[in-house]
Ligand binder design. Sequence first.
Ligand code: EPU
Length: 421
Amino acid sequence: MEARWVVRPGPPLSGCVRVSGATKNAGLKQMAAALLVPGVTVLRNIPPVADLDVMIDLLRAIGAEVEWGGPEELRIDATGPLWPEAPYELVSRMRASINVLGPLLARCGEARVAMPGGDNIGSRKLDMHFRGLEAMGAELEVVHGFIEARTNVLAGARVVLEFPSVGATENLLTAAVLAKGQTVIENAAREPEITDLAAFLNRTGARVIGAGTSTIEVEGVDELVPVESELMGDRVEAGTLLMACGMAGGEISVEGTRLEHLEMVVLKLAEMGMRVSPTPDGLWARAEGRLDAVDVATLPYPGFPTDFMPMAVSVLSVADGTAIVTENVFDNRFTFVDELNRMGADVRTEGRHAVVRGVPRLSGAPVRALDVRAGAALVLAGLAADGETTVFDCHHVARGYVDLPGKLRALGADVEAVPAG
Ligand code: EPU
């Protein structure tokens, strides 16, 4: 496990990198969904990140056999028998563990899943997961820190989500594919990772239409069949590299991603003065001189994604002018700002808002990664800072990114991972 990453300012970025598969935000969900399928599911383009090991341990604890079939290929045999329990030690290490709830209820008729706590970015409630599954006939209660869920028969239902929650949409979708009759999820999350999950489910024989829109319709089927499937490219990694270009200047190409997955991010970077255009297999970007400040407000997809907010604050911290950044999705995602201010940024927060007054240059400092995207934001800040920036606790960043220092080095940045010990 890397203990710290050291970032030094370098020349403008140049070159081309290919993004990795979206293991954290798409792959972990499809691994959980593989529990629905008796037989061997093969997932490709699923490179290892730290959270993947936790999901492997969880699936094995439940009774699936999980093996690597190649460097980025996982084989998950969920023939069973399955023990529908997600222990606290694993759930507390990774929130996406909650994604086994829907598949276990659908496949086994019961599930016992440790309640994930809050985390560094907010309280992260599960009420919509509960209400949706209850509408489908499940009984749920929280007993001694565990969600205990059971059902005689899951029945299709119409569920209106109060907010387009990614996790609730995924749990309801994966429960609905084996339910009796039709389920309609209204105000569903529209993130590309949901579309990727639905495409995977449909390959296994599920009948899902409307994924990627606010209304998802699922016609329950009796059984799913094992398939081989390939994950989408990681849009957050792609956007992180574009923002790195915004920080350091230069001209780069990012392959393995799609403009439509990053439209709002690209729109904002263009408003700041960057040039970004699609290429046959990705995006090309150029940044020259100081960028302009623009206001940013996060919203569910296709709005400006909350996962990019910390990086946007880094980019704006050295932009020309003052920007207001509003976080509408999580209730506590600005804690990293204190770390950025230690590097000479001028960012003040008040509740859901941050006022970012651009300074010409940051100053390298030792800082701490508080979560995966906040850590990435500090690495980017180091690209526009004089002297050396050491980002501690980079294991948080490694939870979601495949070798971010290596990808940045491939573009000419000076970023070194210093191993622990
Ligand atoms: N919420 C509720 N009740 C619920 C469910 C959600 O109030 O029943 C609230 C949450 O508390 C939060 C908001 O709704 O304030 C959004 O939560 P959502 O369920 O959409 O998020 P999530 O599924 O917990 C996933 C990603 C996050 C990403 C969000 C939003 C994974 C493993 N996590 O979380 O990714 O920020 O969607 O796009 O896919 C990250 O990659 O850094 C990350 C945190």
